[in-house]
Design a protein. Structure first.
Length: 162
């Protein structure tokens, strides 16, 4: 196995992209704290699920609180859970039940990525993404950059010939 194929972080995830429709994607997300995959039908759902996992693990610690439109009766901002049925349930790193080697066996029909969020600053992520099919690892400095990398992998631009 190539040395870049590792999970390497408590919040490391395997993203299996099964389908793309235009610029949108769907597939499955795997992490070490549940044997069942988390399905996503859009990049937005994927981002919410990974961010929810990071929040539940408190890793990496978010340096800023997210802003919301809702407030409670006293006028304080309310945290609105975004994830599915597991929202709000804290996870300890010792709750890990799926070994890395089992996570890395999953593959998507279109592409497979391992994402390791290493920091959460300025309400975005910084980390590393590995693309299994091309055996390549890159750093990303924002969620937008991460999504652009995934999009470029799934929809490569053909060189223009004159």
């Amino acid at each position: 196995m190539d040395t870049q194929w590792y999970i390497g972080a408590p919040n490391g995830v395997v993203i299996c992209v099964d389908d793309t429709d235009g610029l949108e994607g769907s597939g499955r997300l795997y992490h070490a704290y549940d044997e069942e995959p988390v399905s996503f039908d859009s990049w937005g759902e994927l981002i919410v699920e990974v961010d929810d996992l990071c929040d539940r693990l408190n890793f990496p610690h978010a340096l800023e609180r997210g802003r919301v439109f809702e407030t409670d009766a006293a006028g304080a901002e309310m945290r609105v859970p975004c994830g599915k049925e597991s929202a709000g349930r804290r996870i300890r790193r010792s709750d890990r039940i799926v070994p890395d080697k089992d996570l890395l066996r999953h593959t998507g029909q279109r592409a497979t990525f391992v994402v390791r969020v290493q920091q959460r600053r300025n309400r975005t992520w910084q980390g590393r993404i590995s693309w299994k099919e091309e055996n390549e690892t890159l750093r990303f400095f924002s969620i937008l950059e991460l999504l652009k990398m995934i999009g470029a992998a799934l929809h490569p631009v053909s060189p223009v010939r004159v």
